[in-house]
Design a protein around this ligand. Structure first.
Ligand code: ZN
Length: 280
């Protein structure tokens, strides 16, 4: 008792100390045992991980895997909303969209779209943040993620024009169902990286226009695509310079293996070439 009083700086006549004692004595005993068990289990789990692996990265990935959960709710939502009657390749959706750009804002935007987690007027109105839940573009229907990114007549017209523009530039006829417009083209593999990059930019323009209260147009899409292309080229050039930097050996010559330029992967190289050649 005296030790506790000293530790928590309580005086003998302190009313708060009595309250403290009452509070501690009211805690159920099983809380103590549960807490200890849980701690032991977690420590044992981590110790086992360390024993089995010798790399920090592997331990990190394993710990990450142990807490990762499949977002079943959002996947079910899109399945029902878009009438998807096949096994949706969610893994490809995440990987291909991530790889189709180097811009983190586009990557994080797509993840929010996959999770149906973009804040729309319907939610803001239910929180009492705005007066109306109507769509920013058409002012005619409740604004939710599905409406604003696909079913709104303003967005549908935009998608038609964007698809026609992409078809004309890539010479690939493009009449895509909503599932491809929202999540990209995957074909059971990596899909067409350039088309996925353009579709991701087109989606992001809708997102930007929603917040800036403008209507999405092909002109805005082309301007945005150009800005993405400029930043891709800039990063590529920088990395290329870095790779070209001579790493001289002791006798002053540059070893051949250091002459490789970015992008090293052939697919990445072809993709960037196509993006640069694209007539905007
Ligand atoms: Zn609308």
């Amino acid at each position: 008792m005296k030790e506790s009083m000293k530790k928590f700086n309580f005086q003998a006549n302190n009313a708060e100390f009595i309250q403290f004692i009452k509070l501690v004595s009211s805690l159920p005993e099983e809380w103590d045992s549960n807490y200890t068990d849980q701690q032991l289990t977690q420590s044992e789990h981590i110790l086992n991980l360390i024993k089995d692996t010798n790399s920090v990265k592997t331990i990190y990935t394993k710990l990450q895997d142990s807490v990762a959960r499949v977002p079943v709710k959002s996947q079910e939502f899109w399945k029902n909303k878009l009438f998807i009657n096949f096994e949706m390749p969610w893994r490809e959706v995440y990987i291909n969209n991530f790889n189709s750009t180097i811009e983190n804002r586009l990557r994080s935007f797509q993840i929010k779209l996959n999770l149906n987690a973009i804040v729309c007027n319907q939610i803001l109105h239910s929180f009492g943040k705005i007066d109306s839940d109507l769509c920013t573009f058409c002012k005619n229907a409740t604004e939710n993620v599905y409406h604003v990114f696909y079913s709104c007549h303003v967005t549908r017209l935009y998608w038609e024009n964007v698809c026609a523009w992409i078809s004309a530039r890539t010479r690939v006829p493009l009449t895509l169902p909503p599932v491809n417009l929202l999540f990209g083209v995957h074909n059971g593999g990596s899909g067409d990286k350039l088309v996925n990059c353009m579709l991701l930019c087109a989606r992001y323009v809708i997102y930007q226009c929603k917040y800036s209260e403008n209507k999405p147009t092909v002109f805005r899409f082309v301007c945005f695509l150009n800005s993405v292309r400029v930043s891709e080229c800039h990063v590529s050039k920088k990395t290329q310079e870095k790779c070209r930097t001579p790493m001289k050996t002791q006798n002053g010559t540059m070893p051949l293996e250091n002459m490789e330029f970015y992008p090293r992967k052939k697919s990445q190289h072809l993709y960037l070439k196509r993006l640069i050649k694209l007539k905007l």
